[in-house]
Design a protein around this ligand. Structure first.
Ligand code: PEP
Ligand code: MN
Length: 349
């Protein structure tokens, strides 16, 4: 529930509302806004009787948030969440953010070459896993800390922001030191200890939808992060398990307008994991932009045939060049552009 204060409500009036909420047995969280302060009531299961709050001085009205996820919902915050990355790229705004890079960081040469090529094509965020969640324990598990160092090197060389995955709560701090965005993978979407730790790390979070998670479960997972105080959360549709194995996963494009209706958080699409096949990635990237995605994340490898993970769904740099041309045209046709870094983003040479 939200108690909306009148414009110009005094500090004492706001404190009194918060005290009353606590007296009623709930948690109070004042949220100062541009126009007015809102005091959130947290910790309720069902509908709360608002009679005692409505009559307090300075109270304009009370809003009941009907969704189980509160801070993530549009009822809580009607306007879109927009924020800037370290290189000045705006996420969740008018422009579509392009994220690209290999599934895994494999070597200095591989990550630098990929970073340079995707940057030249128009990407502003480099992806690459240093800690990999692999289905088989015998598969390549990532370079670990060395992979993070290589990502940091690629950022210095290109000015790209870096998104990379944290596999467990213990690893969050290390990933936060090197990355600009902490990725929570599909297999970890409901790892609540990890979500909480990531929400405290002080970096934006990319939260991927679990392969059998409902939209409600995805939004509740994001709620864990917002409850820790981190509001810079990007949701990611990466496909769900289906009965049909013609593709690795079924990219649920309906998730995009659904999430936009229910939540103020940005949502991007990952047509690489969403299809599993290089040949299908461009079409689904175009479709996702048309559906309203705030960003597109794809896997790019200088030599997909030799990739240590997800080669079959990785594009060559030349194929990525073409994909960017196509998604740019789709974005323009719906009144959007492609996000650019701030003029001031420094690129070390
Ligand atoms: C990845 O982004 O490389 C990855 C492992 O994705 P997901 O968690 O969606 O399977
Ligand atoms: Mn991958």
């Amino acid at each position: 529930m939200l108690v909306v204060m009148k414009h110009g409500a005094s500090r004492a009036e706001i404190d009194r509302v918060a005290d009353m909420i606590r007296k009623m047995g709930y948690e109070a969280q004042p949220i100062p806004g541009k126009q007015r302060t809102v005091v959130a009531l947290l910790g309720n299961e069902g509908r709360v009787d608002d009679a005692r709050l409505l009559t307090l001085p300075g109270v304009l009205r009370v809003l009941h948030v009907s969704q189980p996820y509160k801070q993530v919902s549009r009822e809580w915050k009607p306007e879109d969440t927009v924020f800037e990355l370290s290189n000045g790229v705006e996420v969740g705004g008018e422009d579509v953010v392009l994220i690209a890079g290999p599934c895994s960081v494999e070597s200095e040469e591989q990550i630098l070459e990929t970073a340079r090529r995707v940057r030249a094509a128009g990407a502003t965020v480099l992806r690459g896993g240093a800690f990999k969640p692999r289905t088989s324990p015998y598969s390549f598990q990532g370079l670990g800390k060395e992979g993070l160092e290589l990502l940091a090197l690629a950022r210095r060389e290109t000015g790209l922001a870096v998104v990379t995955e944290a596999l467990d709560a213990e690893g969050v701090q290390l990933v936060a030191e090197y990355g600009d965005i902490i990725q929570i993978g599909a297999r970890n979407m409901q790892n609540y200890a990890l979500l909480r730790e990531a929400g405290r790390a002080g970096k934006p979070i990319l939260l991927k939808r679990g392969m059998s998670a409902t939209i409600k479960e995805l939004l509740l997972a994001a709620e864990y992060i917002l409850l820790e105080g981190e509001t810079r959360v990007i949701l990611c549709e990466r496909g769900v398990r289906s009965f049909d194995h013609h593709a690795r996963n079924m990219l649920d494009l309906t998730a995009i307008p659904s999430v936009k209706e229910l939540s103020h958080l940005p949502i991007i699409a990952d047509p690489a994991h969403g299809t599993g096949h290089r040949t299908k990635v461009p079409a689904m990237a175009r479709a996702a932009v048309a559906a309203g995605a705030d960003g597109i994340m794809v896997e790019v490898h200088p030599d997909p045939a030799s990739a240590l993970s997800d080669g079959a769904q990785s594009l060559t740099p030349d194929e990525y060049d073409q994909l960017v041309v196509e998604v740019t045209a789709i974005a323009r046709s719906i009144g959007r552009g492609i996000a650019r870094p701030a003029e001031s983003a420094v690129i070390a040479r």
